[in-house]
Design a protein around this ligand. Structure first.
Ligand code: ATP
Ligand code: MG
Length: 471
């Protein structure tokens, strides 16, 4: 209680933060980092800088992961050398960024980001009318650099040479207590950069940490500030969130924090559409599984999945208004892409991938003549086919179609012809692949959130072999 009161009076978050200029120094036995988790290239960069007389540390997420015993996926380096000085030391080093320059050091395909210590945000840094810091590019001391990082667990420095961790803000305690605590006054830090609200959610879900009470408290109220952040930045952060290997947990956490509402049209759609709930859950599950298996995930596929049920709804509406199946699908895709692009800055490439995947869907219904062969040659067949399987698994369409395509895809030429002739019998298809044939049969599902997922079809693509289709 008393401790809490003192913290409140001081406006600080932990013992260490009271003297934020002097770090707690931890040796190898205290922090227990396994040096084998470090990449050779990270050591190459820090030692080259140190040999040239500069300070250099591994910093941020990599130190956090090392302390958690996890192999970091990338290494950021912090130094007191200026970008020019850094560049001179490496053969393949590129200064990037206009406002605040950082250096990309490359070894083969491995990229390390080297950043000069930043100064703390000065009171007169330019801000927008909501208090978001627009520009802030001063260099500073290591202590200042630590202070402007987001969370205590992300503000530690590791020196591979002497294996010491420098901790300015009680990060080590918070790691041990599995706590996410923002550095400084939460309201101020969210106002400076509202993206930090998304970051806290991502880290909480990914690391399974809890959000310290004062860190979490302002989020519900401040969530709308995200709307003023440039779309491209929000998009980058959303992508990180969705590709974190914990996408589903992240989205659930966003909802818990009240961050999905009005935050992004995308999330409103995704989290509040009863019809698409099962589909989205499956899509995110399989994305998470792919990431854990070390496979790639295409952002186009991901966003195509997240928005599919919005497309379906509009597609049906256009058809009901008399449009033909295919033009109706394109109109629906246009609508959805337009409405999402505004806020989300969907890059052109991602948008066109999404459109390809959607546009392929009705073509899976045509299983006669040359059509299936042509589709198989489509550049993005695999993505379209995976998407089809998700639609089957979610119960949106008949599982039989997915099974047929799996057989077709995996067969030799002769068996393919057999498959085509077997499919040419009573098709059961009808125009418009995504017609929710079973919809009307399932009384009441329209309003029961997520209810349709409970009907027998397992999450596995192969599972709903039977009873998939309404007759
Ligand atoms: P991940 O493992 O997801 O990459 P990370 O912590 O490394 O997590 P990055 O986005 O790579 O996240 O950022 C690197 C470091 O830069 C963070 O650890 C943090 O110290 C600092 N940082 C990043 N974004 C912000 C921000 N919005 N405000 C303050 N500090 C930030
Ligand atoms: Mg990182």
């Amino acid at each position: 209680m008393i401790k809490k009161l003192i913290r409140k009076i001081l406006g600080t978050k932990s013992k260490a933060a009271r003297d934020a200029n002097t770090p707690v120094v931890l040796g190898p036995e205290a922090h227990g980092i396994d040096p084998r988790l470090l990449s050779n290239n990270a050591i190459r960069v820090t030692s080259a800088l140190q040999e040239a007389g500069y300070e250099a540390f591994v910093v941020g997420g990599a130190v956090r992961d090392l302390l958690l015993g996890v192999k970091p996926k990338d290494f950021d380096i912090a130094t007191n050398a200026t970008p020019e000085q850094v560049k001179r030391l490496f053969r393949r080093a590129f200064i990037i960024g206009k406002r605040f320059q950082i250096v990309h050091v490359m070894f083969g395909n491995d990229l390390l980001e080297v950043t000069t210590f930043r100064g703390t945000t000065s009171a007169n840094a330019p801000k927008d009318e909501h208090g978001r810091v627009l520009r802030d590019n001063t260099f500073g001391s290591q202590a200042e650099d630590a202070e402007r990082r987001d969370f205590t667990i992300n503000a530690m420095y590791y020196n591979p040479a002497n294996q010491q961790v420098l901790d300015y803000h009680g990060g080590i305690e918070d790691i041990r207590a599995k706590t996410l605590r923002i550095i400084g006054k939460p309201e101020e830090r969210y106002r400076e950069d509202p993206v930090r609200m998304l970051r806290v959610v991502r880290f909480a879900a990914k690391l399974k940490f809890s959000i310290e009470q004062e860190t979490g408290a302002p989020i519900k109220v401040m969530a709308p500030l995200i709307n003023n952040v440039p779309a491209a930045r929000v998009f980058d952060e959303m992508l990180k969130l969705l590709m974190s290997g914990h996408a589903l947990a992240c989205l659930q956490q966003l909802r818990k924090e009240g961050l999905h509402h009005g935050l992004l049209p995308l999330l409103d759609v995704v989290l509040e559409q009863p019809m698409g709930f099962k589909f989205v859950t499956l899509a995110l599950d399989s994305t998470d599984a792919r990431i854990h298996a070390g496979k790639t995930v295409s952002p186009g596929f991901l966003f195509a999945s997240l928005l599919w049920h919005q497309v379906l709804e509009k597609w049906e509406a256009y058809r009901a208004a008399g449009e033909q199946t295919i033009p109706a699908l394109h109109l629906a895709a246009d609508d959805v892409l337009d409405s999402q692009t505004e806020k989300l800055a969907l890059q052109r490439k991602i948008g066109s991938d999404m459109r390809d995947i959607w546009a392929m869907q009705p073509r899976f219904e045509r299983r006669t003549g040359k059509a299936p062969h042509k589709l198989l040659e489509h550049q993005r067949f695999r993505a379209g086919y995976d998407f089809l399987l998700l639609r089957c698994a979610s119960g949106e369409i008949d599982a039989e179609i997915g099974e047929w395509w799996t057989a077709f895809y995996e067969s030799d030429e002769a068996s393919r012809e057999d498959l085509i002739s077997s499919a040419s019998q009573p098709s059961g298809g009808g125009a418009g692949g995504a017609k929710r044939k079973r919809g009307p049969r399932r009384g009441g599902r329209n309003r029961s959130g997520g209810g349709r997922g409970d009907e027998g079809s397992g999450p596995d693509n192969a599972a709903p072999a039977h009873d998939g289709g309404g007759d």
